[in-house]
Write a new protein. Structure first.
Length: 210
């Protein structure tokens, strides 16, 4: 995976060449990714699906994250990113079903990683039963959904915990129910501005679809 070839960009989003994933993350080069947030609308209530990252992931194991996300390889376009949804979640989605939210500058810096992404970001509105998910165990160990209003209040600071319901797959392959409260510490530490930007963009699209 570290040898994957990624297209790289300068700070003004101009393409400047190709580099390996390892070099991109080591030196903080800008590169492209695909992010998809999935929302369901049930009895007039909007729910946001989140993935639980596998405990064996190198980065941010056992934390809740974007429903589906991954890097775009050098030869790929944003449309090719739908493979991430199929690979990680086992859900078939047509690119035409996705609602574009734009390209978001996404930055995460930690000890051994500088991740500067141009994230092609999309919204997918679909009621999906938990048993419809087939998870890629090397990447994702669970799926939960939370009330979008609660998710909004969590990242605005109005509340400190939210209820999440879903399932996770244990090391033994058992399907375990998730029904618990979670605070910000149980999420991947994206910048607060990232969460707030995403929330605003999703909210605008949901209002248009009302």
């Amino acid at each position: 995976m570290e040898d994957e070839q990624l297209k790289i960009f300068d700070s003004k989003r101009n393409p400047i060449g190709i580099a390996t994933r390892e070099e991109v993350h080591r030196t903080g080069l800008w590169h492209e990714s695909f992010h998809c947030w999935i929302v369901s609308r049930e009895e007039e209530i909007d729910y946001l699906y989140l993935q639980l990252r596998c405990q064996f992931k190198k980065d941010h194991p056992n934390l809740f994250d974007i429903t589906s996300a991954g890097h775009l390889l050098a030869h790929e376009t944003a449309e090719d990113g739908i493979r991430e949804i199929k690979e990680e979640l086992g859900i078939d989605v047509a690119f035409t079903e996705l609602i574009p939210l734009g390209i978001i500058n996404y930055c995460v810096n930690h000890e051994n990683l500088i991740d500067n992404e141009l994230a092609h970001t999309f919204l997918y509105i679909k009621n999906i039963a938990f048993d419809e998910f087939t998870l890629q165990k090397e990447e994702v160990s669970g799926i939960v959904k939370v009330k979008f209003a609660d998710f909004t209040d969590l990242w605005s600071g109005d509340i400190h915990e939210i209820n999440m319901k879903g399932f996770e797959i244990s090391n033994k392959g058992e399907k375990l129910v998730i029904d618990r409260m979670a605070d910000k510490n149980q999420f991947v530490p994206h910048e607060l501005s990232f969460y707030q930007t995403i929330i605003q963009l999703i909210k605008e699209k949901l209002n248009e679809c009302s």
